[in-house]
Design a protein around this ligand. Structure first.
Ligand SMILES: *[C@@H]1O[C@H](CO)[C@@H](O)[C@H](O)[C@H]1NC(C)=O
Ligand SMILES: *[C@@H]1O[C@H](CO)[C@@H](O)[C@H](O)[C@H]1NC(C)=O
Ligand SMILES: *[C@@H]1O[C@H](CO)[C@@H](O)[C@H](O)[C@H]1NC(C)=O
Ligand SMILES: *[C@@H]1O[C@H](CO)[C@@H](O)[C@H](O)[C@H]1NC(C)=O
Ligand SMILES: *[C@@H]1O[C@H](CO)[C@@H](O)[C@H](O)[C@H]1NC(C)=O
Ligand SMILES: *[C@@H]1O[C@H](CO)[C@@H](O)[C@H](O)[C@H]1NC(C)=O
Ligand SMILES: *[C@@H]1O[C@H](CO)[C@@H](O)[C@H](O)[C@H]1NC(C)=O
Ligand SMILES: *[C@@H]1O[C@H](CO)[C@@H](O)[C@H](O)[C@H]1NC(C)=O
Ligand SMILES: *[C@@H]1O[C@H](CO)[C@@H](O)[C@H](O)[C@H]1NC(C)=O
Ligand SMILES: *[C@@H]1O[C@H](CO)[C@@H](O)[C@H](O)[C@H]1NC(C)=O
Length: 459
């Protein structure tokens, strides 16, 4: 490190120390938590230091280390109350870092960390490990089994760090009601709730960055009714056989960027639910997994609108699906303005798939309405597919055809040679092949004379 950088760093460390001392004094004089001797512990800035704090002229951050609020971090003790205290304190300060220090493992019960906070720049810095109780038997009966950590009504938060979120999902996946664990291959009936690891609800301006999160009992991240979400440089890992362990699920959420991440799991790497728009997904390495999906939408005759979604510059490998749109029969609303661009697939079973007959029990009755699918483009999708399924499948609704599908530079080769391979499949699918595809697609219908019921379409 050049000398002037060292100087700058020292200056930064000292100014942090100075400021933290001031802040904590201030904090003490107004706080009822006098018993925690904050100055004595809050002596190191988090590592890596939050970006904003590095600017000398930028906002100044007070650091709240959970150890100073009574957390033990031995992986066994319940540290929930300490985290809540630290949260409540940080939430009152204009610029705060809630620090989960390196070298410790914190066991937390299911908790809602709620805003709104006074904080403008709140940093949740995870350098150590956090984890939930180990499996359903350790989960308190009175607490919802559907979610673990919930961030609620937060405006402006950066969650980052070099730490680990260990979801301890194994005992949940092995419940007999999970798809692959029923006696003799059957699925036992529920209740079968298992918790989403990290859920953001009704929040805005969120960034999640740099963390490793593994083995969630269910979805790893769920963003629900949020606006302004940026996710980058995450590593999400769960076994290929772990049920419903989607990497990042978004729902009723808009203005989303998901970038530069590695995801392998037992379900979708990214799943996009109803009510999402303006979503950009880029540079994701996905698999083994079930691919990147829009849906499933329209369950139980519900209305779903999804639009302006771009997935680009990504790799999907050893996965059930590549890029998928799935809807139940009987829904309404639409999926429109979706671009899949520059995606490399490797040994993927259904690289390109639209399934408007999604049905978990395989015997759903036929319906006369569907979520409309239009303006979907596939450009520069290349690689290999698992020959058990067609490389491209557009199974559109009987009642409402898919409209304006566009294919260009699509080249998919069988992953294993010499086997009988399935042809591309289309049902009621209209669109254009802009450049000849491999294998060739002859089954798309022309666009002429297709109209869609405008009442069903969302903006
Ligand atoms: C978003 O949050 C960051 C801190 O995470 C803050 O600096 C920024 O001002 C916020 N922007 C808006 C528009 O709220
Ligand atoms: C599961 O299979 C075993 C051996 O085939 C059989 O003895 C047993 O009755 C089956 N159990 C159920 C619940 O079907
Ligand atoms: C893609 O993401 C990986 C992993 O985070 C990163 O190393 C790489 O620089 C990114 N590529 C681009 C072009 O941003
Ligand atoms: C689509 O979403 C992107 C962000 O992903 C945004 O920049 C763009 O303005 C949106 N386009 C429309 C037409 O709303
Ligand atoms: C769909 O409807 C069935 C029966 O009414 C209900 O049991 C199920 O929970 C519903 N599913 C959803 C996702 O709303
Ligand atoms: C296509 O995506 C790959 C990653 O999958 C990336 O390395 C490459 O730069 C992208 N190409 C273009 C032209 O964007
Ligand atoms: C579908 O099959 C399951 C069991 O195989 C049965 O319980 C259910 O009632 C069937 N549903 C319909 C709509 O037929
Ligand atoms: C639904 O319609 C499809 C195609 O028209 C047909 O093959 C299938 O048998 C029907 N399913 C039921 C349950 O009626
Ligand atoms: C068809 O889709 C393409 C790309 O998705 C879009 O640019 C074009 O405007 C659409 N055409 C119509 C007639 O909507
Ligand atoms: C489009 O529909 C009109 C009226 O129904 C019909 O006369 C015409 O032949 C159709 N064109 C094509 C290409 O199917």
């Amino acid at each position: 490190m050049p000398f002037h950088q060292v100087l700058l760093l020292l200056f930064f460390i000292f100014s942090c120390l100075f400021f933290v001392t001031i802040q904590t004094r201030h904090h003490h004089s107004h706080s009822e938590h006098e018993e925690f001797r904050i100055e004595s512990h809050v002596s190191v800035p988090p590592s890596p230091a939050p970006e904003a704090a590095a600017a000398v002229d930028g906002p100044r951050y007070s650091v709240f280390n959970v150890l100073d609020f009574g957390a033990i971090g031995d992986g066994v003790t319940d540290d929930t109350q300490a985290f809540k205290l630290a949260w409540d304190t940080a939430c009152q300060i204009e610029s705060a870092v809630l620090l989960v220090p390196d070298g410790y493992s914190f066991m937390l019960q299911s908790t809602v960390l709620a805003g709104p906070c006074k904080t403008v720049g709140l940093v949740f810095q995870i350098d150590g490990t956090i984890m939930p109780p180990d499996g359903p038997d350790s989960w308190p009966r009175s607490i919802s089994k559907r979610q673990w950590l919930v961030f609620y009504k937060i405006n402006g938060m950066l969650m980052q760090g070099g730490g680990l979120v260990d979801g301890k999902g194994e005992k949940w996946w092995n419940l007999p009601c999970k798809p692959h664990k029923g006696i003799n291959g059957t699925t036992m009936s529920g209740p079968c709730d298992s918790p989403v690891a990290i859920r953001f609800f009704m929040s805005s301006n969120l960034t999640v960055k740099g963390l490793v999160i593994k083995n969630s009992p269910q979805f790893h991240f769920r963003f629900d009714a949020c606006h302004g979400v940026r996710v980058e440089s995450l590593t999400i890992k769960a076994p290929a056989q772990s049920p419903n362990t989607d990497g990042i699920h978004i729902e009723n959420t808009n203005n989303v960027q998901i970038y530069n991440s590695f995801i392998s799991n037992g379900d979708d790497c990214v799943s996009i639910g109803a009510g999402c728009y303006d979503v950009d997904i880029k540079n994701i390495t996905c698999g083994p997994s079930h691919g990147i999906s829009i849906g499933s939408l329209g369950i139980n005759h519900s209305r779903a609108c999804v639009s302006n979604i771009t997935v680009s510059d990504s790799v999907i490998q050893h996965s059930e699906n590549g890029i998928r749109i799935k809807t139940w029969q009987g829904g309404s609303g639409c999926v429109s303005k979706v671009k899949f661009r520059n995606i490399s697939v490797e040994a993927v079973r259904n690289p390109i798939i639209i399934d408007q007959y999604y049905c978990l029990t395989k015997n759903c009755s036929n319906q006369t309405s569907a979520v409309v699918i239009n303006d979907i483009s596939y450009v520069n999708i290349k690689g290999s597919y698992d020959v058990r399924s067609p490389p491209m499948s557009f199974a559109c609704s009987d009642s409402t055809p898919c409209i304006n599908l566009t294919l260009a530079q699509v080249e998919l080769q069988p992953a294993t040679r010499g086997r009988v391979v399935a042809n591309p499949y289309c049902w009621n699918a209209h669109g254009t092949v802009v450049t000849q595809t491999i294998p060739p697609v002859y089954c798309l219908m022309e666009e002429t004379n297709v109209t869609i019921d405008n009442t069903n379409v969302c903006g």
